[in-house]
Design a protein. Structure first.
Length: 596
């Protein structure tokens, strides 16, 4: 009995499987479509509502039996070919309707046949990007929309199409693995190219797994690409193709007007810089100066023109200037010594408070202020330059100093400036006389400059310091020479030096010595010219002196136009202080008791 009971139980369990797998043979031969609908409804036990008049016949012959559950999909396909489909009704029945309207009537959830609506979540991509990429998988009458806020896709379509759509979405809807690449552009300009590249990648957006982000770095002329690892190499290739050699043939022109620099000199610098360009770019770039308007015309690739323009702007800056106040003096050693005796000044080494020793001990005797005067005048209350000027003014008033020149020189930073003080003399170079006694002698002369030349080249350094390169040269006639006057012997003394001083400090150049010789005859009129006895009434004197030429240079840095007025005020104040100090020196040295 137990065996029989188990046997019947097995039959009951297998019965549903047998019924669900029931197969029938279908043979439609010019069967009206309404009859086909009626047959399917009867075989599947479904209520199907037909509201429209559907005409036409169906031809379908099966070589082998088909499962009854395939009848509804078969009917759906037959109706779809005629612009109709099946949708689930609200009251448990199915309804035949036009396919164009079915997407509005499709109910969410599973459907055995016909259209259905399904909400598909998107996890990593944007729902809108997924729809753009996969819309082609939907049927002709499907509806595919999206909600980016909830990142879902709402799709109304046939089950098979929805299933295919979901399977494909799962393959591309994966976490994005971002990569970044920096692409240097050789031909195109990054700032200008970014707009075109954005348009290109926007048109190709559906071909990438995720949207590609582009940025331009104008300084380095690079395109920054941010994309999924799967797409990065393709994105790089597109950018490189964009920046192809064909774009190198594009040229543009520009004119850059200069405010401070000179066009011709700037073009020379740019020509040297262009040697770093490749040969093809060099052949396409042209730089020409327009000196009448002080401008530079540039023609070349956009990138080259932009680079050259940037260099020009950096070169076209306002140059700093240096205002140099120069003093050139001649100091007589004989008169300096006589003043030392008169004022009780001594020579030799002294302590560091004495300022005059370092100034005038330049090949001759030292000129030293006495200790009593040094203690009376506090040199610490003023600058050394003012003290030097005061002493020189005092010596000039007493005939020991001769002012050759006091030029004011306004120099451009790192540019040479020249001052020449002297005269031009004629020197006999050749003499020719004919063979006849009546022939005239022909002399040939050359004109030579004799005097003092001063060349100054300032260079502004950091911390308000000035590097001063000075070249001083004295050319003079040797007065002690016995050569004929038209063939004098000339002397040349030259000093070249470089020093670094602070703004407003003085540079003193000495050691330019020259010998002075003069011979004079004094006599009693008439009697001094008598033969033999005339010697008793006349006397001959010779005067020999050594002249020390010193040059004092005081540089002032001019950073802008307002500095010029400030410097003039500073110089005026220094002159005022120097005059006061000169009066103090004169008063103290004029009192023998205090000066000794």
């Amino acid at each position: 009995m137990k065996f029989i009971r188990n046997f019947y139980l097995a039959l009951l369990l297998l019965a549903p499987l047998t019924l669900s797998a029931e197969a029938i043979t279908v043979n439609f031969n010019n069967t009206p479509i309404r009859d086909v609908i009626q047959f399917v409804a009867r075989q599947t036990h479904k209520n199907i509502l037909v509201t429209d008049k559907i005409s036409g016949s169906v031809n379908f012959i099966s070589e082998k039996p088909i499962d009854k559950k395939e009848l509804l999909p078969l009917l759906t396909q037959i109706l779809q070919n005629r612009g109709y489909t099946i949708v689930d009704g609200n009251n448990g029945y199915m309804m035949v309707t036009r396919a164009a309207n079915a997407k509005k009537m499709a109910r969410p959830g599973k459907s055995e046949a016909g259209m259905m609506t399904k909400i598909i979540p998107v996890h990593y991509m944007k729902a809108s990007d997924a729809v753009q990429k996969l819309r082609y998988l939907s049927s002709q009458f499907a509806s595919v929309t999206f909600d980016n806020n909830k990142n879902v896709i709402i799709m109304s379509d046939y089950p098979d199409h929805i299933k295919n759509f979901e399977a494909t979405l799962r393959k591309i809807d994966r976490p994005m693995k971002k990569e970044i690449r920096f692409i240097s552009l050789r031909n195109a300009d990054a700032s200008a190219a970014i707009k075109e590249l954005d348009a290109i990648f926007k048109s190709l957006n559906t071909t990438f797994r995720y949207p590609v982000t582009l940025n331009a770095d104008a300084k380095s002329n690079k395109i920054i690409i941010i994309a999924d690892a799967h797409d990065i190499n393709r994105a790089v290739k597109i950018v490189r193709n964009f920046d192809s050699e064909n774009r190198a043939k594009e040229v543009t022109s520009d004119v850059v007007f200069l405010d401070n620099a000179e066009a011709a000199a700037t073009v020379k610098i740019l020509t040297g810089l262009m040697k770093s360009f490749d040969k093809q770019t060099q052949a396409q770039v042209s730089i020409q100066p327009k000196e009448d308007i002080n401008a530079i015309a540039i023609t070349g690739t956009p990138q080259a023109v932009k680079l050259i323009t940037k260099v020009i702007k950096k070169l076209d800056i306002e140059q700093q200037q240096v205002y140099i106040k120069a003093h050139i003096y001649e100091i007589s050693q004989n008169k300096l010594q006589s003043l030392g005796v008169k004022w009780g000044l001594a020579g030799g080494a002294t302590n560091g408070t004495t300022i005059a020793t370092s100034i005038f001990n330049m090949g001759g005797s030292s000129f030293v202020l006495p200790p009593t005067l040094s203690s009376t005048i506090d040199f610490g209350t003023t600058t050394k330059g003012i003290a030097i000027g005061a002493i020189i003014d005092l010596l000039r008033q007493n005939g020991a100093v001769n002012v050759i020149s006091e030029p004011n020189i306004l120099c451009i930073n790192n540019k040479k400036s020249n001052v020449y003080i002297g005269k031009t003399i004629s020197i006999l170079t050749s003499q020719a006389t004919g063979t006849e006694t009546t022939s005239l002698t022909r002399n040939t002369y050359s004109r030579e400059d004799v005097g003092l030349s001063l060349e100054v080249k300032p260079q502004i350094a950091s911390d308000d310091k000035v590097l001063v390169e000075v070249k001083t040269k004295i050319e003079d006639i040797d007065s002690s020479s016995t050569v004929s006057a038209d063939r004098p012997t000339t002397l040349k003394r030259e000093v070249n030096t470089v020093s670094i001083v602070h703004d407003g400090e003085s540079v003193i150049i000495g050691g330019l010595l020259k010998d002075y010789y003069s011979k004079g005859v004094s006599k009693v009129p008439i009697l001094g010219d008598l033969p033999f006895l005339g010697g008793l009434f006349r006397s001959t004197s010779e005067n020999r002196d050594q002249i020390n030429v010193i040059v004092i240079l005081t540089p002032y840095i001019i950073k802008n136009s307002a500095d010029m007025a400030r410097i003039q005020q500073k110089i005026a104040k220094s002159e005022e202080l120097k005059a006061k100090l000169t009066e103090i020196l004169k008063k103290e040295l004029g009192n023998p008791k205090e000066s000794r």
